[in-house]
Design a protein around this ligand. Structure first.
Ligand code: ADP
Ligand code: MG
Length: 349
């Protein structure tokens, strides 16, 4: 088997800002060549700090960054094989789309013929070939985004760094652009490092996600791993609503909040996703984790319905079911709920 190739290798990275604010608190991260990699986490967790350090706009307090196996400690931002795209695009308003895209190659002294072919190739990549002669104010917001990406890719960077580039767009356009970006990334083969605080966005676009919290990386994995196999309570709760049970474990049993929960692996903290919680007048009697309770809240969310169920001992549990399930209890109704031992994922902390 071939070893994985990494475009970015980060080791022991710390950033303490003057004044003492902690930007990064010990980050180790490898980013695979050609992948769509997202940094996901709440505001203030250090995503932009990490991106700026990768780009060379900011120096780490401690630690090491390699881009394509080369130490870049002393490489200035404009000499690095990275390109950074922000939320505010700053296209040149007085230049056509084609001239905007040609800007980088021109500065780098490419020949006329080379520039022409780069511009044609990058505009085709972002599906804007027919708009080459328009000015930024003559195209839509989504098209401006794509010009900005074409302009960055025209420098042929090893890695494109994107800091929440879609956050100012309305919902529909954002979803459209997510698909477009993913397509552009695949077709260009360029490594994308994408910063977002939106888990759905990260899930939709990424090959791999690093979930960040308070200046460090909590977990790295595929979207499916992050969602289905979170390793910490922070990750489990950040990437979707969930039920967390914390208690005393005894073999494959967890005693938490007055409940006895059967597990498939020993652990004292577990997460159960609401969609794994089944509800019925009485659930299957062979379901090992089975509890009586009262529905205390029902919220209709279109294709899904969420139920909050208060169990006998007072603990509340969230269940999420399809709107099209025939059992649709109402607030105040006595029901049973339950989940399989496999549905309870053990967390490390
Ligand atoms: P994110 O992009 O995830 O929202 P940032 O990387 O911008 O987070 O910030 C991480 C932490 O570092 C925050 O606590 C923030 O206040 C702090 N920080 C960021 N930039 C600076 C700066 N230039 N000076 C001082 N503190 C900063
Ligand atoms: Mg930020």
């Amino acid at each position: 088997m071939l070893d994985k190739q990494y475009d970015i290798e980060v080791a022991g990275l710390y950033k303490i800002y003057p004044g003492g604010a902690v930007g990064l608190n010990g980050v180790d991260l490898n980013i695979e060549k050609g992948s769509f990699f997202s940094l996901l986490g709440p505001s203030g967790c250090g995503k932009s700090t990490l991106l700026r350090i990768l780009s060379g706009l900011e120096a780490p307090t401690e630690g090491n960054v390699q881009i394509r196996q080369k130490n870049v400690q002393s490489t200035a931002a404009h000499k690095r094989e990275t390109n950074l795209i922000f939320q505010r695009l700053a296209l040149f308003p007085q230049m056509t789309v084609a001239k905007n895209v040609a800007f980088g190659p021109r500065v780098h002294g490419k020949s006329k013929a080379e520039i022409k072919s780069i511009v044609a190739e990058k505009l085709a990549l972002v599906e804007l070939s027919t708009m080459a002669d328009r000015y930024p104010h003559q195209i839509s917001g989504g098209q401006q985004q794509r010009v900005a990406i074409a302009r960055a890719l025209a420098n042929e960077p090893a890695v494109l760094l994107l800091d929440e580039p879609l956050s100012s767009l309305d919902f529909r356009l954002r979803v459209q652009m997510q698909h477009a970006l993913k397509q552009i990334q695949k077709n260009s083969g360029t490594t994308f490092v994408y910063v977002t605080h939106d888990q759905v966005e990260a899930f939709t676009m990424s090959d791999s996600i690093a979930v960040m919290n308070a200046g460090h990386v909590e977990q790295v994995g595929s979207p499916l791993e992050i969602y289905n196999r979170p390793t910490t309570e922070f990750v489990a709760a950040f990437v979707g609503d969930t039920n967390i049970f914390r208690g005393k474990s005894q073999g494959l049993t967890l005693h938490a909040d007055g409940l006895t929960i059967r597990l498939t692996a020993p652990g004292s903290v577990v997460t159960v996703r609401p969609e794994f919680v089944v509800i019925a007048v009485s659930v299957e009697s062979d379901l090992p984790n089975r509890y009586r309770g009262t529905v205390v809240d029902v919220s209709f969310g279109g294709s899904r319905v969420r139920y909050e169920i208060q169990l006998a001992g007072g603990r509340r549990v969230l269940a999420e079911r399809s709107t099209y399930e025939s059992f649709r209890p109402e607030t105040g109704q006595q029901i049973e709920c339950g989940w399989t031992p496999e549905a309870a994922v053990v967390l490390t902390h």
